[in-house]
Design a protein around this ligand. Structure first.
Ligand code: PMP
Length: 461
């Protein structure tokens, strides 16, 4: 085992001096010092002080097979020895990319039989944005270029991905969104459903897409993009009426449907893809994260026969990344998919772990500070509230109480993230029932402590 060579304080000082962290208030972190993670196995992280932390987020929703799988290290090493790198730009290909494209085509629902490889989720969505516009232009409809997405959706933080996403904090920096992208409201019943029943609200929110298409003109709209379940937006599971209506609208108006499965892909919702769980047939599917279980970066756009046919016969698609289809990443992805499949990890997650976790997760709704507690497969969220019946928000700035609870989780050696005043989980799919018990016990303890602190600070009665 390779041990950490430097004392924690020294690592933290060097981190503060030289390392700029993503999505982080740098000054605040530097004052406090980052928690340094040194090793991981299964669902357990170990920090530089030797503390064992249950990772309720699978890293960043990605380590689906759990940490420390020797098989993935072995295939990466073997592939580096055979062919560490070659590109796929100039009329060349290589076995790992070919095999992975075929494997993904077999796994993906319906006619998604073609794969454009990328390096991450963000740049996969940049690919998708350019591809749908190129597709319509190739069909003689260059003005069919607007992409509709949703407020509080997340599609990455590149210029394209950040613009497709509907995070106001991201839009506020760097001149986003770029032109030709417009947003509609999200299907978050808890926060925005008012007096409507969830099913009625789901339909109403889906019909905002229809209204937007009619407003812009279907001849100007290229595509709609959405996550089956908004992940970074707070694990917003839409009412059952939402997706069938979205699908109907896209078909009726000839709008391409891009389903962003960066989080929901590869078992997260209990099936290989969230599209299966929610009965969606995408024209393009965005993949990353669970594709390699996060062991190495890789993204992919899975593309329908119809779109691939047009793109392949149009002017050269002037797009690609040095690492599109990287052989080492592709080899790791293939091995990861083999583990998910042959070890029955997804089947077990769906049949055994998801129901077990769901019962305990939903029971958190009896906690005095918890409003709704929802979960699909192994991704769940709870809404914190000072008044359940009114589905009220805290008087303090949004996220204040969520942050308090997240800090308590961190102190109790549980990684549970907060999004505003929601707490979310997305553990590795290999989590055991005993580990679920630990997760829930630590979550409850942290909620109790958070509740006490919120009361002490006058944030709730
Ligand atoms: N799409 C979705 C749905 C995501 O959740 C994420 C990352 N959380 C991305 C895209 C961006 O992926 P990446 O961070 O790999 O660029």
């Amino acid at each position: 085992m390779r041990e950490n060579q430097l004392p924690t304080a020294e690592l933290q000082a060097l981190d503060a001096a030289h390392h700029m962290h993503p999505f982080t208030d740098g000054a605040a972190l530097n004052r406090k010092g980052a928690r340094i993670i040194t090793r991981a196995k299964g669902v357990w992280l170990t920090d530089s002080e030797g503390e064992e932390i249950l990772d309720g987020m699978a890293g960043l929703w990605c380590v689906n097979v759990g940490y420390g799988r020797e098989e993935l290290a072995e295939v990466a090493a073997a592939q580096m020895r055979d062919l560490a790198f070659y590109n796929t730009f100039f009329q060349t290909s290589h076995p790992p990319a070919i095999k992975l494209a075929k494997r993904l085509a077999d796994l993906a629902p319906g006619p998604l039989n073609h794969v454009f490889f990328n390096g991450s989720g963000s740049d996969s969505n940049d690919t998708n944005l350019r591809m749908v516009r190129h597709y319509w232009a190739a069909l003689g409809k260059p003005e069919k270029s607007v992409v509709i997405s949703r407020w509080n959706g997340y599609h990455g933080s590149t210029m394209g991905g950040g613009s497709l996403g509907g995070m106001k904090g991201i839009h506020a920096q760097g001149g986003l969104p770029i032109p030709g992208i417009t947003h509609i409201d999200q299907p978050d019943w808890w926060s925005e459903g008012g007096d409507m029943a969830p099913e009625e609200f789901g339909l109403a929110r889906a019909r905002l897409l229809e209204r937007k298409i009619l407003e812009i003109g279907a001849d100007k709209v290229a595509a709609f993009i959405a996550e089956p379940v908004q992940g970074a937006g707070g694990v917003i599971i839409p009412p059952a009426t939402y997706w069938p209506e979205i699908q109907r609208i896209c078909r009726e108006y000839g709008i391409l449907l891009i389903v962003d499965e960066v989080i929901t892909g590869f078992g997260r919702t209990g099936n290989w893809f969230g599209s299966e769980t929610f009965g969606i047939q995408p024209d393009i599917m965005t993949c990353a994260k669970g594709l390699t279980s996060g062991y190495i970066p890789m993204g992919a756009s899975l593309v329908s026969d119809q779109i691939a046919e047009v793109i392949n016969n149009a002017d050269e698609f002037a797009h690609g990344y040095t690492y599109s289809g990287h052989p080492v990443a592709a080899a790791v992805a293939l091995e990861n998919l083999r583990l998910l499949d042959e070890e029955g990890i997804i089947d077990r997650a769906r049949a055994e772990i998801a129901p077990y976790l769901k019962a305990q997760w939903e029971a958190l709704a009896d906690h005095p500070m918890v409003g709704e507690a929802k979960i699909v497969g192994l991704m769940g969220s709870i809404a914190l509230t000072p008044d359940k019946a009114a589905r009220a928000k805290f008087a303090a700035k949004e996220g204040t109480v969520g942050y308090i609870c997240r800090e308590r989780c961190f102190a109790n050696n549980l990684i549970m993230r907060h999004v505003g005043d929601r707490m979310i989980i997305s553990p590795p799919l290999v989590i055991s029932k005993d580990e679920v018990d630990i997760l829930i016990a630590r979550a409850r303890k942290s909620l109790d402590e958070g509740h006490a602190k919120a009361k002490a600070e006058g944030l709730m009665a």
